[in-house]
Design a protein around this ligand. Structure first.
Ligand code: NAD
Length: 347
């Protein structure tokens, strides 16, 4: 399995994307998100996505020349239309706008319609937190998605993730989670490695539990289950409300069969903490809260309690030092793609 430094992953992703027609500036934004996903350990959202992204450019789902435009704005809100450009490009622009609005208005609501895959949602909320802004954001995918609603056996929902982040003196707290048992990309990674997935994640087309990702990708396809197991109505309900907030309130829509894999909707809400309370008081409360959680007595088999986002930052440090292993099959596909696009990955 080849191992790469973050800089190498950025260069590889940026070159492939430029070879597929993305501008150097946008390719760099997307490559940064892919690289960071690999570094924090979410390989499902890293360079493995390059094949899918280029295929989507080729079939017209992703439009790298789509202009990301602000179509409506008030003192504390804005609506962007991404015109089917990359989600990373659209959300990066919308995020900057939201942070600026929140700094003047105290809070800001930003909607993005008609964008494509945004990658790891927690990357954007983490960035807001580094800027001193707390945030809640979510993204929906319209159309069939990959997730069955609680009690169903057909795909009706997306994996519809939600992220909440807050700055702290020890670094941002970042919750970033799907409302399904897993991100679809984790199935893709397991499928490419020929591995099974944990019990309770997926069902086959007839609704039987299975651990084989091939059954999810079969024809007819299987489905991911909503988060919560026997209490899956909670994940299912949350996913439906994300369809309402990120999909319908953004104007992106749901159940669109004209763009079965594109047109994600994004909802972002920002809070400038300093407008609400003095930062000393905020930091002091968070510090006490951190100890309150960390000092909890542990269950057998648990040596510590992790805060949201802590595991990603630990993996990031480790992968910066040791590099990122890219699965042989993923690297074979990237090399083949680069060759087809006539792209030199080395120099
Ligand atoms: N763009 C999209 O359409 C899309 C769709 C689905 C998922 N995603 C992304 O996929 C990624 C993976 O999502 P996921 O739900 O599979 O993530 P996950 O299950 O690995 O982690 C979810 C959350 O739990 C925390 N966590 C993980 N292990 C923990 C532990 N042992 N103790 C305490 N906290 C822990 C993590 O910090 C994270 O905040 C996310 O970045 C998400 O944004 C994106």
């Amino acid at each position: 399995m080849p191992t790469f430094h973050g800089d190498d992953l950025h260069r590889i992703a940026s070159r492939v994307l430029q070879g597929a027609g993305v501008s150097p500036e946008d390719a760099s934004i997307i490559a940064e998100e892919l690289k960071e996903a690999n570094l924090v350990g979410h390989d499902s959202h890293g360079v493995i996505r390059l094949m899918q992204y280029v295929e989507c450019i080729d079939n017209g789902t992703f439009r790298p020349d789509g202009v990301v435009e602000c179509i409506s704005e008030g003192p504390s809100y804005a609506v962007f239309d991404a015109n089917f450009n990359f989600g990373q490009v659209a959300v990066t622009k919308a995020l900057d706008h939201g942070l600026a609005l929140a700094r003047t208005a105290g809070t800001a609501t930003i909607m993005v319609r008609n964008c494509n895959h945004v990658g790891r949602l927690g990357s954007y909320s983490h960035r807001a937190a580094l800027d001193g802004i707390a945030s809640v954001m979510s993204v929906n995918s319209p159309g069939a998605g990959g997730v069955a609603p609680f009690g169903g056996i057909e795909r009706r929902l997306g994996t519809n993730p939600i992220s909440m982040a807050a700055p702290t003196p020890r670094g941002p707290l970042v919750l970033d989670m799907t409302t399904s048992t897993s991100a679809e990309g984790k199935l893709r990674v397991a499928f490419q490695k020929g591995e099974t997935v944990p019990e309770g994640w997926i069902i086959d087309a007839e609704g039987n539990p299975t651990t084989e990702p091939a059954k999810f990708y079969a024809d007819p396809p299987g489905s991911l289950l909503p988060l919560g197991g026997a209490l899956g109505f909670k994940g299912s309900g949350m996913s439906m409300m994300i369809d309402v907030f990120a999909g319908i309130l953004s104007g992106s829509g749901v159940c669109r069969d004209d763009v079965p894999r594109g047109a994600n909707g994004v909802w972002m809400y920002f809070v400038d903490i300093e407008k609400l309370l003095p930062s000393d008081s905020y930091n002091e409360m968070l510090d006490r809260y951190y100890s309150h959680i960390k000092n909890c007595k542990k269950m057998p088999g648990y040596s510590e309690i992790l805060m949201p986002g802590e595991i990603e930052q630990r993996r990031r440090q480790q992968r910066i030092e040791q590099g990122v292993d890219v699965a042989d099959e993923t690297w074979r596909q990237i090399s083949e793609l680069a060759q087809r696009l006539n792209v030199d990955l080395d120099h």
